[in-house]
Design a protein around this ligand. Structure first.
Ligand SMILES: C[S@@+](CC[C@H](N)C(=O)[O-])C[C@H]1O[C@@H](n2cnc3c(N)ncnc32)[C@H](O)[C@@H]1O
Length: 225
């Protein structure tokens, strides 16, 4: 079950996510096995709970990363392009980069410059070549606006809760494409938007969650002083 999948090693953690039926897709399992969380979260690396990154940010719990990757898997096939909004530690961007392979591209965006720098260093610990050849590019910016320069994207993942779904993110999806985004203030829901080949949007509610807000730097700073 969610929150109960902690392990002593990365492999044990991922096995527990499989046994709890949180992840079942072979490509998701392989990606999460190949990216060791210790490079992104040095303390309590294999705990199935969010851990602080400083700056009012957290690395999300492994079960939430698992749900996101399972949901986005059809849009993370080799050669595809994805945007990871609120990329934080860089862990999820790295799993996505493993899935899209060297012909694909992941763009991570975070508005805290220290996190942008540390997430690049985190990726470099095991996959320096991904940064060198821009299989992962992590940029500083306001993710509420997406990152139009690199769009459109096969999928967009948002790792922080928006008060409402930003239109810019929907506009930067390919047709077909998928957006995975937590929305809400006190009560939050993961929404999944599918854009079909003709550009029509369909919205689905996935589950209730509790994420840090997708907000301004000033507002986020008020959480950590
Ligand atoms: C839950 S945390 C990190 C999640 C990341 N997926 C991980 O597991 O490491 C959410 C992130 O969203 C970032 N964030 C919040 N508002 C943002 C905005 N407007 N633009 C870009 N990043 C934002 C925070 O700085 C934080 O790193």
């Amino acid at each position: 079950m969610a929150w109960r999948c902690s392990g002593n090693t990365n492999i044990e953690l991922i096995d527990n996510l499989v046994n709890a039926s949180i992840i079942s897709n072979e490509r998701v399992i392989a990606a999460m096995r190949s990216i060791d969380r210790k490079h992104y979260c040095p303390r309590f690396s294999y705990e199935d709970s969010p851990q602080t990154l400083g700056y009012g940010a957290t690395i999300s719990a492994p079960h939430m990363h698992g749900y996101a990757l399972e949901n986005l898997e059809p849009f993370l096939r080799p050669g595809m392009k994805a945007l990871d909004v609120g990329s934080g530690s860089g862990y999820l961007s790295a799993c996505m980069a493993e899935m899209v392979g060297e012909t694909g591209k992941i763009v991570g965006i975070d508005h805290i410059k220290e996190l942008v720098h540390s997430s690049i260093r985190n990726v470099e610990k095991s996959h320096r070549e991904w940064i060198e050849r821009e299989q992962i590019k992590i940029v500083l910016g306001d993710g509420r606006l997406g990152y139009e320069q690199e769009g459109p994207y096969d999928c967009i993942h948002v790792g922080a809760a928006a008060p409402t779904t930003p239109t810019e993110l929907l506009n930067q999806l390919k047709s077909p494409g998928r957006l995975f985004i937590p929305v809400g203030r006190d009560s939050q829901m993961i929404l999944v938007y599918d854009k079909d080949k003709d550009g029509n949007l369909n919205k689905k509610e996935l589950m209730g969650v509790m994420y840090v807000p997708l907000t301004s730097v000033e507002n986020q700073k008020s959480f950590y002083g």
